[in-house]
Design a protein around this ligand. Structure first.
Ligand code: COA
Length: 181
């Protein structure tokens, strides 16, 4: 398996992968109404991460089987459809970086692909001088992040159109900075 930085050319493939991943791997955690609302209003590619070089894809035999990234910008979750303004840069000395938008091909779930991407993200965030990582997890995402030492610091319901509520969890993990300031 190859983990590489995502490119703008990958976006159409990722836009097909993300709904498929969300539909199949969220079953049992969310209702189909919650999943469909999240696909429309929340889940998707944040193309700023691709431009920043902080979004990764996992490839098996040339086929994309997963994606996920980290961010040095303020936004905590959501694809391009959630953005309306410039996403400001975080201060690595005082603010946690973000872990963002992990989606694995259902046929490749529980084979360590999410783990490999998260390791690549943590290493890159550490190299960039960050000493903590924040994320907003879906309920199906929580077990992966817990396995990597992230702790829930807040639970909340995101209100989506048509009175759909999506339970999410904000999680955090300290990381040891690579270089002493
Ligand atoms: C969450 C997700 C990214 C996990 O990816 P993955 O490649 O299957 O995860 P891994 O195989 O690396 O799992 C690593 C560990 O995390 C935990 N874990 C992952 N998925 C789990 C699940 N469904 N149930 C319980 N534990 C789970 C386990 O401890 C696992 O280790 P193990 O398989 O040795 O028991 C994937 O399920 C997914 O794409 N879900 C749908 C989209 C989504 O909600 N993404 C999260 C956005 S915040």
């Amino acid at each position: 398996m190859l983990i590489r930085k995502a490119t703008i050319e990958d976006i159409p493939t990722l836009e097909r992968l993300i709904p498929r991943s969300a539909r199949e791997l969220s079953a049992g955690y969310y209702t189909s109404e919650q999943i469909e609302a999240a696909i429309v209003h929340v889940f998707g590619v944040d193309s700023q991460l691709i431009l920043d070089g902080t979004y990764f894809v996992a490839e098996m035999e040339g086929r994309i089987v997963g994606c996920g990234g980290w961010s040095k910008r303020r936004t905590l979750y959501g694809g391009d459809q959630m953005k309306s303004a410039i996403d400001p840069l975080l201060d690595a000395r005082t603010e946690p970086a973000r872990i963002r938008a992990f989606f694995i091909d259902p046929q490749w779930a529980r084979r360590g692909i999410g783990s490999q991407i998260i390791k690549a993200c943590e290493e890159a965030a550490r190299d960039a001088g960050f000493s903590a990582l924040d994320l907003v997890a879906t309920l199906p995402g929580e077990p992966l992040y817990k396995a990597f030492g992230y702790e829930v610091i807040e639970r909340f319901d995101l209100a989506l159109p048509d009175d759909v509520m999506l339970p999410l969890a904000r999680m955090r993990k300290p990381i040891t900075p690579q270089h002493n300031a």
